[in-house]
Design a protein around this ligand. Structure first.
Ligand code: FAD
Length: 381
């Protein structure tokens, strides 16, 4: 039977859940405080990494391989190219690299292990600690995030039974009745409701949940690589870990995007969402960190800097699904890795919203009952 589903938010989780609900034959209303998509959403950026390898976590690794396959299917569904399968390189101590490569291989991934010498031969434009090795995986790469959101919206607009409401913040959600109140006083009624408002979640969560969400702010540098390195960068995979103590990582300049540099050292806990400008202190800090990692790198490479926010469930550092009563749920915290898993998360949420047993996706408590704190491994990238 067709249900009426209200989806609050226009980020990757909300939009892909709307897509899954429409594919199941339901009527869907998506409502966002801004345009859909909104440039302030956490999901709105040039790119996101899709990697299968989650060291020491075979379940998350297998789930990420399934997510990879679903992203490829979604490209076909939306008739849009947004997944640059350039692979992913994770720099690790040699013993950990061997273990990780074996695990990924066992999960069905196509993987190569690189020695320190292999790394420097292959990537002379990276300066990696000489004692480290790496895992290079093939079913991985870069999701062109803004293009993903645009493709979802483009596809949804052509479907029947879909309504997109822009520039209307939701001020209250009543799960039991399925009522969603908008800032202009209008009330939307649905048989089921999903709230997926990313880092804004604290504002819409019930007492007892809101204070258990931690808000993070992270600085990012966008760079133009020098012409003489352009070819080397064109064949560089996404690098979720450069093997540094600080947790530096980067996304290569694929499909006309910038080289993006950031690090766990540029991620800090904040009290509230304010502006998105990068303070010179954080910019300089990242420039210094990458000066040690990329030969020739300097401030002249940087064309832009931006801050972004995400929230996580304080007790695990990862995502959180919350039951709001009736057939209402919230994806209350996205953690630092939800983009790549979004097709699986969306399927699981769509099942819950429409009274089906949620698909088992192999991501900790997303497979269990809400209040669901996902496994801490999802806190990393
Ligand atoms: C710096 C950074 C790097 C990351 N890198 C990766 C990566 O490489 N790989 C990966 O898998 N993940 C990564 N992530 C995580 C990933 O981007 C997020 O988990 C994901 O985008 C969250 O999507 P979302 O839909 O939950 O939230 P959002 O994208 O933030 O969407 C929330 C939406 O809700 C709307 N909204 C808010 N309040 C209201 C309201 N009251 N009423 C109506 N609408 C409202 C907002 O306008 C927005 O459009 C990264 C995150 C950050 C910050």
């Amino acid at each position: 039977m067709s249900a009426r589903v209200t989806v609050v938010g226009g980020g990757v989780i909300a939009l892909l859940t709307a897509v899954e609900c429409v594919l199941d034959g339901h009527k869907v209303t998506v409502v966002d405080q801004g345009p859909i998509p909104h440039s302030r959403a956490t999901s709105f950026d040039q790119h996101r990494i899709l990697r299968a390898l989650h060291p020491s976590d075979p379940q998350a690794t297998a789930a990420a391989l399934r997510a990879h396959r679903r992203w490829v299917e979604l490209e076909e569904l939306f008739l849009t190219r947004f997944y640059e399968q350039v692979g992913a390189l994770t720099v690790l101590p040699p013993a950990a690299a061997a273990e990780a490569a074996a695990m990924l291989g066992n999960a069905g991934g196509s993987v190569r292990e690189l020695t320190a010498a292999g790394l420097s031969d292959r990537y002379p434009h990276l300066r990696v600690d000489g004692g480290l090795g790496a895992v290079l995986e093939d079913e991985a790469g870069v999701l062109l995030a803004e293009r993903v959101l645009a493709a979802c919206v483009g596809w949804l607009k052509w479907q029947s039974g879909i309504d997109l409401i822009e520039h209307r913040a939701v001020t209250a959600v009543d799960g039991e009745s399925g009522n969603v109140r908008l800032v202009d006083g209008r009330v939307l009624h649905g048989d089921a409701v999903l709230v997926a408002v990313g880092p804004w979640s604290r504002g819409l969560m019930p007492e007892g949940i809101a204070e258990r969400l931690t808000l993070f702010r992270q600085s990012l540098l966008y760079c133009r690589v020098p012409r003489h390195q352009a070819q080397a960068w064109a064949s560089t995979p996404a690098i979720p870990a450069l093997g540094t103590k600080g947790g530096a990582w980067l996304i290569p300049p694929v499909a006309g995007t910038a080289l993006k540099l950031t690090s766990a050292t540029a991620c800090r806990v904040v009290d509230e969402l304010t502006d998105y400008a990068t303070d010179p202190y954080w910019q300089r800090r990242l420039e210094k960190e990458f000066g040690d990692l990329l030969p020739g790198f300097g401030p002249a490479w940087v064309t832009a800097a931006k801050d972004a926010y995400y929230s996580s469930f304080s007790e695990t550092g990862g995502p959180l699904v919350v039951a709001l009563g009736g057939d209402a749920y919230a994806y209350a915290a996205c953690g630092g890795t939800s983009f790549k898993f979004a097709p699986l998360i969306a399927r699981s949420l769509a099942d819950r919203l429409t009274g089906r047993i949620p698909s088992q996706i192999g991501l900790g408590a997303l497979d269990g009952l809400p209040l669901d704190a996902l496994a801490p491994q999802l806190a990393g990238r």
